[in-house]
Write a protein that binds this ligand. Structure first.
Ligand code: SF4
Length: 239
């Protein structure tokens, strides 16, 4: 079994290889952090195109955040219906807005800049409909806080490589990967983006393209002939 110092070294090596492969980027996010917050709630299990349509339709029908908060629920559900679970997301959005107006008098979360990473994370994850993934995406992309969003791609690829064990949840993976990497937002942003892209384009769930992969020589899944015990079990591996 690989020890933690070895896992940290392996994680950094994989990070450096993907830096070379995909190139290092500056952190970018939506300029409007409220758009990012509500957009991220809408994006859960929803394609980007459908999230964009849901957000745009909502803002066209309800141009102010007060009008979104106060909209009749069926009308808001209808406005965001291109997102999945609109009947769940619409009440979440109204509860988030109600809390913001009650606590701060406005729909603005830029005060998170002034909070510690831990306090900002706590504040966000206390909101209805905002889990660790949404909170970390927002804090890293918009507030440049040193956190690690672990989505399905980051989770699967780091598991296949053997950086995290097969039963490690996405929330636990967040902690483990942070412990292996420097607490530097630019490093974490690039790590997240590169593993996300790699999972989308190369290390896909069903058909990982191992013969094209720059991480092949360090990959537990590949070295085991595709039989390493993984929670995100693929069906086929192309050579
Ligand atoms: Fe994924 Fe295959 Fe690359 Fe391993 S070698 S990271 S399984 S594509």
């Amino acid at each position: 079994m690989t020890s933690s110092p070895d896992l940290a070294a392996k994680t950094m090596l994989a990070h450096e290889r993907l830096n070379e492969h995909y190139g290092i980027k500056e952190i970018y996010g939506r300029a409007d952090s409220m758009h990012e917050l509500i957009g991220t709630i809408l994006s859960h299990r929803t394609t980007h195109a459908n999230e964009v349509t849901a957000y745009r339709t909502m803002r066209e029908r309800f141009p102010t955040w007060e009008s979104v908060r106060d909209a009749p629920l069926p009308d808001l559900i209808d406005a965001i219906r291109t997102a999945t679970y609109p009947e769940v997301k619409a009440p979440y959005i109204q509860l988030v807005l109600a809390r913001l107006f009650a606590e701060r008098g406005e729909a603005d979360i830029d005060f998170l800049h002034d909070l510690s990473t831990e306090a900002a994370m706590q504040w966000l994850t206390d909101l209805p409909g905002v889990g660790p993934k949404t909170a970390t995406l927002l804090l890293l992309f918009n507030f440049k806080k040193p956190v690690m969003p672990v989505d399905t791609h980051v989770h699967r690829v780091t598991q296949r490589l053997g950086m995290i064990g097969p039963k490690v949840s996405a929330n636990k993976a967040h902690e483990l990967l942070l412990s292996y990497l420097p607490a530097d937002a630019t490093v974490l942003f690039n790590f997240h983006k590169h593993f996300y892209w790699h999972g989308q384009r190369v290390c896909t769930w069903y058909d990982p393209k191992c013969s094209e992969c720059v991480l092949q020589s360090m990959c537990d899944f590949y070295q085991s002939g595709g039989t390493a015990a993984l929670s995100s079990t693929p069906v086929r591996r192309r050579q």
